[in-house]
Design a protein around this ligand. Structure first.
Ligand SMILES: [Zn+2]
Ligand SMILES: [Zn+2]
Length: 868
């Protein structure tokens, strides 16, 4: 042992989490958590989420990783060869924005390469900070399987997957309306559209003698048709007509469509390219013209004539005022509206028709794979089904940004032929290099590299292929993975895209199981946000209460899959549990140190056998819960067993026996050791530092190298009788406490009238410091009234000055009358009513001529004859 002075044989009085956690962190070796590719053990591969390297591992991440670590450690103890890789999903806009902020530049001030270099540098620094937090939290990450999506060895796989899906026809390029953020200047996928409620105005205006109501007059230049419901009698005369668009003057057809709501506005709507998804639908349905009035920066195009160059918002104002001047604006109404916005910057999205790259969505094959996966909790599958079922557009995977995986495609400048690199030459940046061969179609040697880059989800949706070792050739040997843990907020993105890509590239589902965690809400019950000031930082909890308390909070906060409200009290309770457990550990260790443990002592005492039945019960409960990823149920069962059953009941019951020198003492020691060892092992996945510290003192070896507890012990009689014994002793101890007696004060004679006698090896007698007699006959008790307690709030108002006289009259009643009081009583010659609840007789019991106190515990009667 190399720890030298670090451990004494005696546990320190208090548990100092800061010292303990740091000491173990320095001793544990990364290698112990490496996945062994040559192992014969069954493997358990986790498709860990790669977080975005913001530099801060937030509390939501912490919850998710706690779940992962709980089952990763549990599975290792169950004999699995576990892979708990750690990835970093680097690409994307937030880092670009941060780099611009830090360096006071915009992305156009430096070359693309220089800008990428700055993004990479910031990302590396942020990853370093987040690794620190992961280590402090004691996550048993397999660092040999770390991956960073912006590194060439990763993004070449992203590019390879692109080429493969291009070849198999999943990926195509097309001009198609897409959601576009004009602030971020990029296309975004449907999954990235957030919805906000906003107030807007509905403007009614004269459109070539037809009244039209619109919320987006700035799109007038992009108007391509007017639509009415075919049954709307108001507009029958418009059939087959064209109308002249006000202000701009171009002619548009009138189309008839069932989807028009005759009750909205005037019942006639203008179709623009594109105001919303419905416009896209109509545009396709009726084969309408395309008029692009808004460009990628959100400015009006030349099509908008005199409004060219204005922002959409300014154009709206200008057009409304021009309408007013032309006296064609009839009225305006306030209207609440649901607006699609960019999930990152909250700018309302535009729908622009652009040449983009898409991935075909085949709902059936995605649903089929989703149904082969076991979902925890089960109902989360519905969210995936709903999302897939409402899919209308394919996935737009091209982005007009810089810090992302380049799309590995060139176009011949002469004939526009599309040229892709050889797979062996990946990764490539087509904006920096040329194809190795001339154009296969025309022999041209000049190429334009694709400047669009890939959606970040294209990187992260192959995380599972990456960790299982996919190289494009076939399905890896260890694919599919066993589990994907992730938040419910990214079911429609990360889970959906991963299933899609796995099926497209391997024909198989990505994982056997998916475990969904909820979101962490602030102490006020709201989503954490800077503006609410309710953000909790994991480091703050780590400093105040340590990693194990934070981990316990994560386990206990809510059922898996539910949102969980942060609560400092839960963290404090977790830390108190550790203090309690520490005291138990100190007590147990003290006992075991006296003579060591004898493994061959027969365990006969009722209390010992009872504890083992309860342990067996707890192990079963905890194991079942772990198998179902119900961490709250598991940890709760461990805590209750340690705190209530072991500490409050068993130890109190056997303390006296432990001071003897009998064989029964050695039996208690053996049982204590068994139970203590089992608790440490069950706690190991939840509180790795604490469990290690407790376990090491007794066994001088690491708890994290031990197998999971499989202890079983079947003894129904001990289970039942032990419960009764514990209950009786508990009640008598409570009696002592309520009577103002010290718990170790001599009590006298305790007689227990039970259905049958119980052989408890004298545990009850020693614990109660009394002579305890078990009897099976019926207690023969005489009841006498020793006192009367008057209820002054009844007597006072009812009798006023005659109160004392009333009380005297009551005192004069016979014991029988006191139990069943008369309705009337004579008071100074007059009969008066005896009010309800005016008094309560106080009884005493006599047993064999001696006064006793009586307690009932279920059917069991206990009499206590106190020592004088
Ligand atoms: Zn945006
Ligand atoms: Zn060519």
């Amino acid at each position: 042992m190399t720890c030298g002075m670090e451990f004494s044989d005696q546990l320190p009085k208090t548990y100092e989490f800061a010292n303990v956690e740091e000491r173990w962190r320095n001793r544990w070796r990364d290698e112990d958590f490496y996945f062994d590719r040559n192992s014969k053990k069954p493997h358990f591969i986790i498709d860990t989420p790669p977080p975005y390297p913001t530099g801060n591992f937030h509390i939501g991440n912490a919850l998710n990783w706690c779940y992962i670590d709980f089952f990763a450690r549990y599975k290792r103890m169950r004999g699995f060869n576990v892979m708990f890789p750690q990835g970093w999903d680097c690409h994307g806009l937030p880092t670009e924005v941060k780099v611009e902020e830090i360096n006071h530049i915009t992305k156009n001030d430096v070359s693309r390469e220089e800008f990428r270099r700055m993004c990479r540098e910031l990302t590396i620094k942020n990853i370093g900070q987040m690794r620190e937090t992961l280590r402090r939290m004691a996550f048993s990450v397999d660092w040999s399987n770390e991956y960073i999506t912006m590194q060439p060895e990763y993004f070449k796989k992203t590019q390879l997957s692109f080429l493969r899906m291009l070849k198999s026809g999943y990926i195509y390029q097309s001009e198609h309306p897409v959601n576009f953020c004009t602030r971020c200047e990029t296309a975004i996928a449907f999954a990235e559209v957030a919805y906000d409620e906003r107030d807007t105005r509905l403007n009614y205006f004269d459109f070539d003698s037809v009244e039209i109501a619109t919320t987006r007059p700035e799109l007038l230049a992009a108007c391509v048709a007017v639509a009415v419901h075919p049954d709307d009698t108001r507009y029958q005369n418009l059939k087959g007509k064209t109308l002249k668009v006000p202000i701009f003057g171009h002619l548009v057809p009138v189309v008839r469509d069932e989807a028009v709501d005759p009750a909205f506005g005037s019942g006639a709507v203008m179709i623009c390219t594109f105001g919303d998804k419905q416009d896209v639908h109509w545009w396709k349905q009726h084969n309408l013209a395309l008029r692009k009035a808004i460009d990628r920066q959100g400015k009006m195009t030349a099509l908008a004539q005199k409004y060219e160059g204005m922002t959409a918002a300014n154009c709206r104002k200008a057009i409304l005022s021009d309408m007013e001047e032309k006296k064609i604006l009839r009225k305006q109404e306030d209207l609440g509206q649901r607006v699609g916005t960019c999930w990152r910057c909250k700018t309302p999205i535009e729908i622009l028709s652009e040449r983009q790259w898409f991935i075909k969505i085949k709902p059936d094959e995605i649903l089929d794979a989703a149904h082969q996966i076991t979902w925890y909790p089960e109902h989360m599958l519905r969210r995936m089904e709903n999302w897939v079922e409402q899919m209308e557009w394919d996935w737009c995977i091209s982005r007009q940004r810089i810090f992302a995986t380049p799309i590995p495609v060139w176009f011949c400048k002469k004939c526009n032929e599309r040229v892709v690199p050889d797979e062996n030459d990946l990764p490539v940046d087509p904006t920096l290099t040329n194809p190795k061969q001339p154009c296969p179609k025309c022999g041209g040697k000049e190429f334009a590299g694709e400047e669009d880059v890939l959606d970040t989800w294209m990187d992260s949706s192959i995380s599972v292929l990456n960790v299982t070792g996919w190289d494009g050739h076939s399905s890896p040997e260890i694919f599919p993975a066993q589990i994907r843990p992730q938040g419910h907020d990214i079911i429609r993105t990360w889970a959906f895209y991963t299933i899609l890509r796995s099926v497209a590239l391997t024909g198989n589902r990505p994982w056997d199981q998916i475990l969904i965690n909820g979101m962490v809400l602030g102490e006020d019950g709201f989503k954490m946000s800077k503006s609410r000031g309710n953000i909790i930082v994991p480091e703050d909890i780590l400093c105040k209460y340590g990693a194990d308390s934070l981990r316990q909070w994560a386990a206990m906060g809510a059922a898996t899959g539910s949102d969980i409200m942060f609560n400092w009290n839960d963290v404090v309770a977790a830390s108190r549990f550790q203090t309690k457990m520490w005291n138990i550990a100190r007590f147990v260790l003290l006992q075991l140190e006296k003579e060591g443990i004898e493994k061959n002592v027969p365990v006969n005492s009722l209390a010992d056998r009872w504890l083992l039945t309860r342990l067996s019960d707890t192990v079963g409960k905890v194991t079942d819960a772990m198998e179902q990823y119900q961490f709250d149920v598991a940890l709760k069962a461990i805590r209750e067993f340690a705190w209530d059953i072991l500490a409050d009941n068993y130890i109190e019951l056997v303390k006296g026996r432990l001071y003897t020198k009998d064989a029964s003492r050695r039996s208690a020691c053996l049982v204590l050791h068994t139970v203590y060892d089992a608790i440490c092992r069950m706690l190991a996945p939840f509180t790795p530092y604490f469990a290690e510290e407790c376990y090491f003192y007794i066994n001088k070896t690491s708890v994290h190298k031990q197998p999971w507890v499989t202890f079983t012990y079947d003894d129904p009689q001990a289970y039942f009788e032990g419960d009764l014994l514990v209950k009786i002793v508990g009640e008598v101890r409570k009696y002592k406490h309520d009577s103002g007696l010290a718990l170790n004060a001599p009590l006298g004679r305790v007689t227990i009238y039970a259905p049958h006698t119980i052989e408890d090896e004298g545990d009850a007698a020693r614990t109660l410091n009394a002579d305890v007699f078990w009897r099976t006959d019926t207690a023969k008790l005489d009841r006498i009234v020793t006192d009367i307690e008057f209820n002054r709030s009844v007597v006072g108002p009812a009798f006023r000055k005659k109160g004392p006289a009333f009380m005297n009259a009551i005192r004069a009643l016979s014991p029988q009358e006191l139990v069943n009081p008369p309705k009337l009583i004579t008071l100074e010659g007059t009969e008066v009513l005896v009010p309800d609840h005016a008094f309560t007789p106080k009884f005493s019991y006599m047993e064999g001529g001696a006064k006793v106190d009586v307690i009932s515990v279920g059917d069991v009667i206990v009499t206590i004859q106190r020592t004088a």
